[in-house]
Write a protein that binds this ligand. Sequence first.
Ligand code: UGA
Length: 434
Amino acid sequence: MKITVVGTGYVGLVTGTCLAETGNDVLCVDIDKRKVERMQNKEVPIYEPHLDILFERNINAGRLKFTTSLEEGLAHGKIIFLALPTPEDEDGSADLSYVLGVAENIGKLMTEYRVIVDKSTVPVGTAEKVTSVIAENATVDFDVVSNPEFLREGFAVDDFMKPERIVIGSSSERATELMQRLYKPFVRSGNPILIMDEKSAELTKYASNSFLAAKITFMNEIANFCEKVGADVDKVRIGMGTDSRIGKRFLFPGIGYGGSCFPKDVKALYKSGKDNNYNFQILDAVINVNDKQKTALIPKVVNHLGEDLTGKTIAIWGLSFKPETDDIREAPSLYIIDALLAKGAKLKVFDPEAMDNVKAKLGDKVEYADSMYEAISNTDALIICTEWSIFRTPNFKKLREHLNQPIIFDGRNLYDVADMEKEGFTYFSIGRKE
Ligand code: UGA
């Protein structure tokens, strides 16, 4: 099939590449001329495991192309995916200006039947809005479909190629049939393609992300309570997770959820509730608890090293909001860095992939180390913010030698508490014995 993807951010790029991988002829449109040139030169603009291989393979095969021209895009694909940003507005709602702006141009430029697919995370009612904006200018038939994306950064290719479910919100048989044909190769395993109305599809995405954010947040509160009563959250987590109604996944406590999705989507659903006269109390709590959780390690640092950290140097391992990505949007590490700088500490930071992004954001406010061990040399403590695999089994002897004092504040519960005691560390984590 001929497919056009408008917007080559995270979701657009993965969607375009993976659709090309199953044999479709994909044209990606982006207004950023430099980015389009880079992609034409086979340069992947983001870090995402396995994407580079598929990207190059499909460009070489002539199935994946790039342009800055929306007109060309509309002439190309029968299905037009909109994978545009929906950033957080000042009031927490999702800013639809990119989506609606492109919709307006689509109406003007469309010369034959097209299926316009909302792939971006958009509030309930957006398909309706997109339809009316296109209809104002259109002279030909079209359908608008909601097809939310559930991929995770770091596992994006795998999630796209083997989805647990595909959600399609559509009220047109013609569009539904085309979408089913497009996605059939992705659900050979028997996983379902769920067809529903547009509004339910739009809400499915927000409800899923908000539920997962609430699940993590619930566990973070249990972890905080474990510290008060002397219980071990790891034991509680496993005890709970073995109940199949609860499930083992997304129960890992830590220093809060971050990234480009959960924080924005939980706030947008909350705001959407307000706009529709509904007060999502549970989401309000999730937002507030998560905000606090991001700096849950700070009181532990202060208790141990003092309120005034002037003269102290602290190392930070892990800056991205989670492993296997260079994304630092809403990363807890940034909140921790701010809080420590405000208390006068000097910081030496290291991340396997996110260093450039942090340099662009923080400049010379912190010192950047070339390796995890360089980061800890001559520092007074180590803080772990992201659970990258290379931090899981460090050389503890080296750690003891490099650190001025063997103190670790672990925001991701990477190590066994008893092992750390044996290794001679003063070890603080989340929801476990200190
Ligand atoms: C999330 C969803 O998992 C995807 O299904 C969704 O498609 C995506 O948002 C999106 O809307 O685009 P992502 O933001 O890539 O994906 O990351 P996750 O792996 O879900 O992690 C989100 C945050 O939760 C991270 O900060 C992570 O550290 C935290 N987390 C996750 C925990 O603190 N504990 C857990 O047990 C799991």
